[in-house]
Design a protein around this ligand. Structure first.
Ligand code: APR
Ligand code: PHB
Length: 388
């Protein structure tokens, strides 16, 4: 087979890149190791920056998010048992849209299915070849048949555990990592959200997060030990712990119910540099991971493919300036989001190893934040999304 861009991975990064390239008239094929149903079954975060919404609109996948997404003008921080609101719209003139990543992936999949472009699900043994020349190719096995896909570019959108970053020679890539000493236990339930705005709670028992998917579906998280197993947490145990970490004003409004989904995720900060090796370009989780505290994962992936689609369109118009500058531009934004996600995680979670002094430092910084319009503006700017 032959295409212009071979995309590895049908997560939000790969699907959005495929749609933006199609808009620019650039042929592309997506190779995904899992089934479509599996990809859709993954429960992930759901806060979209304006830039992400704009890119989904540009790709032609924004209609449902405008109908069903919940626009939020602000979010709430809880510390010292009190709730404090960050007025995103008032401080930046911008808002965020609460719309599940699963729904974004579904909209992009539907768009792709309607586009007639090739997507190979359950593509096994994807391997990348001759990336450092001008004629790279990808091989994979489908239904036992070995297939060769010739292309001009390979886009590595295959996540943290994918084959793309692993295909770059060790001496041509540098990685930076921080692993946090706790995880997030997440629960999804068809109960009315305790707050229509997202609530982040710093509590002596640990962090808690109240988010939502719709007026009737809630997504909640509590900080938990890294070695906890989800089986150890009954729904009742979750509700008791979650309620204990909310301020009284919210706890009294909490409606509980049976969980639809419950899972534990580790927290990590990770960046790989550069995000290019020859004709291979990395985007999304293949190149970087953020702790979910700032809800930056999906938005960073969208930003990457927005830049990459632009750069590749420029290439087919005769200029290599964009592809040569892609890694620098993407990393400039990635590191700022890494910093914000690390700062937010450090401010809102319990770090026993930092002791009582560490806990007081958190409270002092949060107190200063709520007393300073300048710092609130800085936090709001990062939360609504930094420019591309
Ligand atoms: N061959 C083909 N496909 C692969 C391979 C491989 N060797 N390895 C992984 N994949 C597929 C995975 O099955 C997955 O569907 O690549 C896809 C990567 O998708 P994501 O992990 O969702 O990564 P990305 O598209 O970059 O989205 C980033 O996802 O994890 C969240 O918080 C993160 O919101 C962020 C977003
Ligand atoms: C979510 O809705 O799952 C969510 C919201 C905000 C975050 C992280 C996750 O910071």
């Amino acid at each position: 087979m032959r295409t212009q861009v071979a995309i590895v991975g049908a997560g939000p990064a790969g699907l959005l890149l495929g749609a933006l390239l199609a808009k620019a008239g650039i042929d592309n094929v997506i190779l995904e190791q899992r089934s479509g149903a599996y990809v859709l079954g993954r429960i992930r975060a759901g806060v979209l920056e304006q830039i992400c919404v704009d890119l989904l609109d540009e790709a032609g996948a924004g209609a449902r998010l405008h109908r069903e997404g919940l626009v939020d003008d602000g979010f709430v921080l809880v510390f010292g048992g009190q709730a404090h609101r960050i007025d995103l719209a008032g401080l930046t003139g911008k808002r965020v849209v609460v719309y599940g990543q699963t729904e974004v992936t579904r909209d992009l999949m539907d768009l792709r299915a309607a586009s007639g472009l090739t997507t190979v699900y359950e593509a096994e043994d994807v391997a990348l070849h001759e990336l450092d020349g001008s004629r790279p190719w990808v091989s994979y096995r489908k239904d036992g048949v070995l297939v060769r896909l010739d292309c001009d570019f390979v886009a590595g959108c295959d996540g943290f555990h994918g084959v793309s970053r692993a295909s770059i020679p060790k001496d041509r890539i540098e990685t930076f990592e921080k692993v946090y000493p706790f995880g997030w236990l997440g629960l999804l339930a068809d109960v009315p959200p305790v707050s229509h705005e997202i609530v982040y709670a710093n509590h002596e028992r640990g962090f808690a997060l109240a988010s939502l998917r719709s007026p009737t579906r809630s997504r909640y998280y509590v900080q938990c030990p890294l070695d906890d197993k989800v089986e150890q947490w009954s729904d009742d145990a979750f509700w008791a712990e979650f309620r204990a970490r909310l301020p009284a004003s919210l706890a009294e409004r909490l409606v509980t119910g049976p969980s639809i989904e419950k899972s534990i995720a580790p927290l990590r900060s990770f960046v790989a540099e550069p995000m290019r090796y020859g004709r291979l370009f990395l985007a999304g989780d293949a190149a970087h991971i953020v702790p979910p505290t700032g809800a930056k994962g999906l938005n960073l992936a969208a930003g990457d493919v927005g830049l990459l689609a632009q750069a590749m369109a420029e290439f087919y118009r005769g200029s290599e300036a964009g592809i040569d500058d892609y890694s620098r531009r993407a990393l400039a934004r990635v590191w700022k989001a890494e910093r914000f996600s690390w700062w937010f995680t450090t401010m809102m979670h319990k770090f026993p190893e930092n002791g009582p002094f560490g806990a007081r430092m958190q409270l002092a910084e949060l107190e200063y934040l709520m007393s300073s319009r300048a710092m609130q503006t800085a936090v709001a700017e990062n939360y609504v999304g930094l420019p591309l």
